[in-house]
Design a protein around this ligand. Structure first.
Ligand SMILES: *[C@@H]1O[C@H](CO)[C@@H](O)[C@H](O)[C@H]1NC(C)=O
Ligand SMILES: *[C@@H]1O[C@H](CO)[C@@H](O)[C@H](O)[C@H]1NC(C)=O
Ligand SMILES: *[C@@H]1O[C@H](CO)[C@@H](O)[C@H](O)[C@H]1NC(C)=O
Ligand SMILES: *[C@@H]1O[C@H](CO)[C@@H](O)[C@H](O)[C@H]1NC(C)=O
Ligand SMILES: *[C@@H]1O[C@H](CO)[C@@H](O)[C@H](O)[C@H]1NC(C)=O
Ligand SMILES: *[C@@H]1O[C@H](CO)[C@@H](O)[C@H](O)[C@H]1NC(C)=O
Length: 453
């Protein structure tokens, strides 16, 4: 670690603090650790922290150096902010690592562990294949890690053929599922296609339609409360917020002429005679229950990534909106789904792949009809179904109940700040639920295998 030069100050700081915490061995007598022991595999820094030093090497992607601050949470949105950061979703891998070192049931003995966490920043490492000099070698992504695991205390891996190992990937599986024999690749590395890693559990922000190793976990949002008081005061604000807009779409796309769901959304908002009038009376579900909306449609234009590190731009409109449209883009899922939930805005999905078939650990599948609206995108793009008609037809009481369910989900999709207060640690957040899920999956896989033999 080049700790002498100024530009490396941050990395050294991070490195030292991760190290010192893991040696502290947090002793939490309240915690029952049986079947929950995790060993953090020690990897050379070329597999994690060194990768951060190349944060400005991939200009076509983004320069993510500014967002490494605060252990990967990013810079605060303002000096006085305690919970809001300019977070870059790519850095979920770093944040997960930082949270793992304060996990209460760590063991330094791999043979005692129920699961082995690999602190490999897989998506950050993939940038050199996706956008850098490794583009023609993308079938090699991960092989260096595999070789390291075989050549160094190989028994840790081979004990269960890797079936007790897990890691995190902060980009969609589409970026890692290029078939190994397509060269040059059409898009993506072959990490998830390598037979060497078939037994691994991968926590990822978006899985494939037929996932094998992977389970989807929430995207990183910008809200990272450090204590229970701040989480609760945010939830209070969300509950009290006046919903003066019926629906909101925060995003880009849909500007071209080819028919797609984003284009349909723009058309409906721009051409609707209600869209520009102030004080519209909405009569959800008929009857005598009219209520006033200041706006029917709101579009926050996030083209060219202008929203990505500027949560104020979309969080304020989301707090004012009843429904947040979550159409698929390049891939079915979006970070915005989780921003919207945190704002208490009822999600509207147009594909099952956008959330329902993905985030089963955090947003249980059987709950969707209680907290989300679904309309197939084909019905809108090709069959003339109008989003406004569907949303205006939902009775007001039902809207209120759905919003209550959404608000109950907030703690489950938030990644709280590392080193948070104990009262907040008692509440399961996105990280806790992900780790619990990984342990359970590994447990059942090992059991199934024992049974086979
Ligand atoms: C950083 O990028 C340079 C230039 O592409 C490369 O030689 C080096 O190996 C990279 N470092 C890491 C840790 O990936
Ligand atoms: C925030 O604090 C930093 C350092 O204390 C200072 O340089 C900067 O001007 C402050 N920014 C604002 C907007 O107050
Ligand atoms: C990758 O391969 C293509 C075609 O074979 C070639 O044109 C390109 O220069 C190569 N890129 C790199 C970075 O080697
Ligand atoms: C995956 O596990 C099975 C046993 O369940 C084993 O036969 C196979 O070799 C393992 N694959 C790898 C790449 O370790
Ligand atoms: C919206 O208006 C534009 C321009 O008049 C037109 O091309 C488009 O078809 C309209 N869309 C809808 C949904 O009416
Ligand atoms: C509503 O306002 C926008 C922008 O001011 C304009 O582009 C659009 O044509 C207007 N729509 C209607 C139906 O008047």
């Amino acid at each position: 670690m080049a700790c002498k030069t100024i530009s490396f100050f941050f990395f050294c700081f991070l490195f030292i603090s991760i190290d010192s915490i893991s040696s502290q061995q947090l002793s939490d007598t309240e915690t029952d650790c049986s079947k929950r022991w995790i060993h953090i595999r020690r990897l050379p820094s070329r597999f994690n922290l060194d990768l951060l030093t190349n944060c400005s090497e991939y200009p076509i992607f983004d320069n993510f150096c500014p967002y490494l601050a605060n252990h990967g949470l990013g810079p605060k949105t303002h000096n006085k902010s305690q919970s809001w950061y300019r977070s870059n979703p790519l850095l979920l891998e770093l944040i997960f690592h930082r949270r793992m070192v304060e996990y209460p049931c760590l063991t330094s003995d791999p043979s005692q562990a129920n699961a082995i966490y690999l602190p490999y920043y897989a998506a950050i490492d993939s940038l050199r294949y996706l956008y850098g000099p490794g583009v023609n070698n993308s079938m090699e992504h991960g092989l260096e890690l595999y070789d390291y695991l075989q050549d160094n205390e190989g028994w840790i891996w081979s004990r269960n053929h890797g079936a007790d190992h897990f890691l995190v990937m902060s980009r969609p599986a589409l970026d890692f599922s290029q078939s190994v024999d397509v060269n040059p690749p059409i898009w993506g590395t072959s990490f998830l296609e390598l037979p060497e890693f078939y037994n691994l559990t991968v926590l990822i922000v978006e899985g494939r339609a037929w996932p094998w190793q992977e389970q989807a976990v929430p995207y990183l949002t910008s809200f990272h409360p450090p204590n229970l008081g701040l989480l609760e005061s945010w939830i209070k604000r969300v509950k009290a917020s006046k919903r003066t807009t019926l629906l909101l779409f925060a995003g880009g796309g849909g500007a071209g002429s080819s028919p797609n769901i984003r284009r349909s959304i723009r058309n409906e908002c721009e051409n609707n005679s209600l869209s520009n009038s102030s004080d519209v009376y909405v009569n959800n579900g008929g009857g005598h229950d009219y209520y006033k909306m200041r706006k029917v449609c709101d579009i926050v234009d996030c083209s060219n990534g202008v929203c990505e590190h500027d949560p104020v731009r979309y969080m304020r409109p989301m707090l004012r909106a009843t429904f947040c449209l979550q159409p698929p883009g390049d891939t079915p899922t979006r970070r915005s789904t989780f921003d919207g939930i945190i704002a208490g805005c009822i999600p509207v999905f147009f594909e099952e792949q956008s959330a329902k078939s993905q985030y089963g650990w955090h947003l249980p599948e059987e709950m969707y009809r209680d907290f989300a609206v679904f309309m197939p995108k084909e019905d809108i793009v090709f069959k003339g179904l109008r989003i406004l008609d569907v949303l205006m037809g939902i009775p007001r009481d039902e809207v209120r109940r759905m919003r209550e369910r959404v608000i109950e989900l907030i703690p489950r999709v938030v990644y709280r700040k590392h080193g948070s207060s104990l009262d907040l640690r008692a509440r399961k957040d996105a990280f806790d639920i992900a780790v619990e899920g990984a342990l359970q999956r590994i447990h059942s896989r090992l059991k199934a295998r024992d049974f086979d033999q």
